[in-house]
Design a protein. Structure first.
Ligand SMILES: Nc1ncnc2c1ncn2[C@@H]1O[C@H](COP(=O)(O)OP(=O)(O)O)[C@@H](O)[C@H]1O
Ligand SMILES: CC(C)(COP(=O)(O)O)[C@@H](O)C(=O)NCCC(=O)O
Length: 414
């Protein structure tokens, strides 16, 4: 092999495979960039192992017991650092990490001595397992930094990424509509994962974490499993779709006999979540579906209420909800859209994004560049930077942000 070929192959090896991984409290999200502009020379250089991994990921949509590729979210013809290709979105249960590592080992990853960009709590928790079992180093990035980078990138490359619910006050009739998010700042960002983080975002590298709550997607799923005996998120959502929270909750009209007019509380408003369940007769007449629906409504309303207070406090009118709690969950999205609109008298807007829970992993993938060594973060630990409170962390401007490095490109798939 000629010298220049060796350099070329070295660069290719460094650049591929391109993964971003978000190892969350419940789900691990993997975003994989599949280059589609591979030249015959590159094909000659590409190691068999890499080729096999690429084929395995892109030719299947189910992996092991809990792995899924969300094919409907695939983004084609995307340019990342002068390479053109497709972005694939894959998730599996974080409890399956052992199986994932075994599979990675079986596919030969341990022989590649690769570095993978990772974020989420699991990037810390599983770092040693990655090193010991598959010889992989994790370049760790902060989950809130990458979340914002991922959102900005996805919105720039997909005109229908952001949407809202038109006529949100009429929950039954309300319809999904595209929202122009090209001037995003400032916005409140509510990430509903296992727990909930709430950020005020003022610019690509300027945000603060203003609040959070432990009553999040993990709470919904956990309580639903306890109350109904269901075992999966999909089952919990299906049950909730057929249930009626009004048989479980105590409404304003159950207390007032009608509206509480003085403060604008209509009779149908939930006064007390699960407030009827101390009554024997009521308890024996509710169904699993009602309990699932009431659990979903309780968690969603609480998140909506905290998000609205945060938006009021920060004087921001756009509230963007993300996280996998919203996956296949229009009930919650419509409720959140309603809550933002109704309680603000139409001055606030709830917004949603198609790639829901993948932004951390996507933002992480975008961090992959020639300076990985710098990110092999001896420097990134769990402590806040000096002179900040634990809730407040304004991100340092990075060399390569979604807004500067990956400009929107008209020819990408929308
Ligand atoms: N297939 C699934 N399995 C488990 N939880 C799911 C699934 N799909 C959606 N969810 C919901 O998404 C939440 C996790 O959201 P996610 O944004 O991935 O957070 P995390 O990073 O904490 O794992 C779960 O708590 C649950 O409410
Ligand atoms: C600790 C977390 C950032 C982890 O993120 P997750 O895996 O839940 O997406 C999040 O669960 C959270 O912000 N919890 C709420 C903590 C609180 O403010 O009460």
């Amino acid at each position: 092999m000629q010298d220049d070929e060796i350099v070329f192959c070295h660069q290719l090896g460094r650049a591929m495979p391109w993964f971003g991984m978000d190892i969350g409290g419940t789900l691990t999200k993997l975003v994989y960039f599949e280059p589609k502009d591979i030249t015959p020379d590159e094909q000659d250089c590409e190691a068999g192992i890499l080729r096999n991994i690429r084929r395995y990921l892109t030719k299947n949509s189910a992996y092991g017991k809990t792995g899924h590729r969300d094919t409907h979210l695939q983004m084609d013809n995307v340019e990342i650092r002068k390479r053109r290709g497709s972005l694939h979105f894959i998730r599996f249960q974080t409890t399956d990490m052992g199986n994932f590592l075994s599979l990675a080992k079986q596919k030969g990853m341990a022989e590649l001595v690769t570095t993978v960009c990772a974020t989420g709590g699991g990037a810390f928790k599983f770092e040693k397992d990655f090193r010991d079992q598959v010889n992989m180093k994790l370049a760790k990035f902060d989950e809130l930094d990458t979340l914002i980078k991922g959102i900005l990138f996805a919105d720039m490359h997909n005109v229908t990424e952001c949407y809202y619910y038109e006529n949100a006050r009429e929950i039954i009739k309300t319809e999904k509509r595209a929202f122009n998010f090209s001037q995003p700042f400032p916005f409140i960002l509510v990430n509903v994962g296992s727990g909930v983080s709430i950020l005020a975002v003022y610019g690509p590298d300027n945000y603060k974490r203003i609040s959070g709550t432990s009553l999040g997607g993990g709470t919904f799923l956990g309580l639903c499993c306890l109350l109904t005996g269901c075992t999966t998120f999909e089952e919990a959502i299906q049950l909730a779709t057929k249930g009626d929270n009004r048989k479980v909750d105590k409404l304003v009209k159950d207390i007032y006999g009608g509206d509480y007019n003085r403060f604008g509380l209509t009779g149908d408003l939930v006064a007390s979540s699960f407030g009827q369940m101390h009554i024997n007769d009521k308890r024996s007449s509710v169904s699993r579906e009602d309990l699932a629906n009431a659990t979903l409504v309780t968690i969603t309303n609480n998140i909506g209420s905290i998000a609205r207070m945060c938006a009021l406090n920060e004087k921001i009118d756009k509230v963007v909800f993300v996280g996998n709690f919203l996956r296949v969950n229009p009930i919650s999205m419509k409720l959140l859209a309603y809550a933002m609109e109704f309680w603000s008298n139409g001055t606030m807007k709830g917004l949603f994004l198609e790639h829901e829970g993948y932004f951390g992993a996507l933002g992480c993938l975008l961090q992959f560049n020639g300076e990985l060594a710098a990110a092999l973060n001896e420097s990134l630990d769990h402590s806040p930077p000096p002179n900040t409170t634990p809730q407040q962390c304004v991100a340092e401007p990075s060399k390569e942000t979604a807004s500067s490095a990956d400009k929107p490109n008209d020819s990408t798939t929308r």
